[in-house]
Write a protein that binds this ligand. Structure first.
Ligand SMILES: Cc1ncc(COP(=O)(O)O)c(C=O)c1O
Length: 394
């Protein structure tokens, strides 16, 4: 028996979304190989996944995940503070801290959960009157973390450090500590923030710097461990995910020992949740073995991204300020983005149409996510399909 007493409310919302062509639905895809999915028997080139290094099906990750599950079971069974922490968790934290050049690191359940849970814990200690400066294009989980903390964000224009500085200056005499929250690589735009200049700025204004490295981890920086090192040890908190280039699941925070110990005590999303399961830890451990040595894959990924951007720009398309493996094709109108995505799908190429509220109104786009597993022929097939879709006036 199902209770459907409140379905009228849910259906109303869905109809509203449908009317604005913003209703989303899930399709069933079988992931058969990096960069490829199968839908109803049809093989499709996949440019939607964040599996930037093609690690999500890597035999070493799969084998280590199986070995950890065989040894320790399928579930962690409780919070690490309640049941004791597994040695695998502490070993991975030590590896992350070494790789990030920080005193300590702490594992969390996912990148989304990390942002939503850490920001309220941080703001509890930085003070209710803290001034929180956030890049306006930051990920939804960052904005949600600020809302969960009950503070009002001060948003600065995307990657505009002059604007950020003018906002900081304008509030110079006011009480309250300052915190700046941004990303090293932006998930929907594929551009980077200038971490070195940003850390100079946050030092000058005595602001705490919170850097989300979800899309840089594995791909950019020394040994692919993100861009926080460009801050010369002055990024106060770097978080990153294992769910994208590292082909697994979960997230980390890297920072001082005091910060990580504080979060382990005060962050509800750490204290009140079950630890990551053994298989996930196994996959992370194997990815951390592989990623530092994947220089050729990172170089190939960067070269292919440059090549694709050049092709797209020569077709008159706007790729914004992208300079990473994430390449938006900005079309503006959400209906046009959706129509182009469907036209590509009909040509067996999967590229997501990203629409409001994920991106601001009027900036709908196709979001192309490249993987080192894509061949040059795959990328040419994408450009060719896009050119045909545009020619048919989609
Ligand atoms: C910038 C950024 N932070 C955090 C997340 C959430 O990470 P996860 O998928 O591990 O929950 C995402 C996911 O897309 C992201 O783009």
């Amino acid at each position: 028996m199902t209770s459907d007493r409140f379905d009228g409310l849910f259906e109303q919302c869905l109809q509203d979304a449908q009317r604005h062509r913003l209703r989303r639905s899930m399709r069933v895809f079988e992931h058969v190989a990096p960069g490829r999915v199968v839908h109803e028997g049809r093989e499709i080139l996949n440019f939607c996944s964040n599996d930037y290094l093609g690690l999500a099906r890597h035999p070493q990750l799969v084998a280590r995940a199986c070995a950890y599950a065989r040894r320790a079971g399928t579930g962690a069974t409780a919070s690490r503070l309640v049941c004791g922490t597994s040695p695998s968790c502490t070993a991975i934290e030590a590896r992350i801290a070494r790789a990030k050049g920080t005193q300590a690191a702490l594992l969390l359940s996912s990148g989304w959960q990390a942002n939503v849970a850490i920001l309220p814990a941080l703001l509890r200690v930085l003070g209710r009157d803290a001034q929180v400066y956030v890049d306006r294009l930051a990920h939804a989980s960052i904005h949600l973390g600020c809302r969960a903390a009950g503070i009002r964000e001060i948003r600065f224009r995307h990657n505009d450090l002059d604007h950020l500085e003018s906002l900081l200056r304008a509030r110079a005499g006011r009480p309250g500590r300052r915190i700046v929250v941004t990303e090293s690589v932006f998930s929907m735009d594929g551009d980077r923030c200038d971490v070195a200049a940003l850390t100079d700025l946050t030092q000058r204004h005595e602001a705490f710097l919170y850097l989300d490295e979800a899309h840089a981890t594995g791909v950019l920086g020394p040994d692919g461990m993100g861009l926080s090192s460009l801050g010369g040890g002055r990024v106060d908190l770097a978080m990153g995910t294992f769910s994208k280039a590292l082909g697994g699941f979960g997230a980390y925070v890297a920072g001082s020992r005091a910060l990580c110990d504080y979060l382990a005590n005060a962050c509800s999303g750490f204290v009140h949740t079950t630890a990551l399961p053994p298989a996930v830890l196994g996959a992370i451990d194997a990815a951390l073995d592989l990623v530092p040595g994947m220089h050729d894959e990172r170089e190939a990924l960067a070269d292919r991204a440059d090549g694709l951007r050049t092709m797209l720009q020569s077709m008159g398309l706007d790729t914004g300020a992208s300079n990473t493996q994430i390449i938006p094709v900005l079309v503006g109108d959400e209906h046009r983005a959706l129509a182009l995505s469907r036209a590509l799908d009909a040509r067996s190429v999967l590229v997501a149409a990203i629409r409001p509220p994920t991106v601001p109104r009027g900036t709908s786009r196709l979001r192309i996510a490249l993987s080192a597993a894509h061949s040059c022929a795959d990328i040419e097939a994408l450009a060719c399909a896009l050119s045909e879709a545009l020619d048919t006036g989609t």
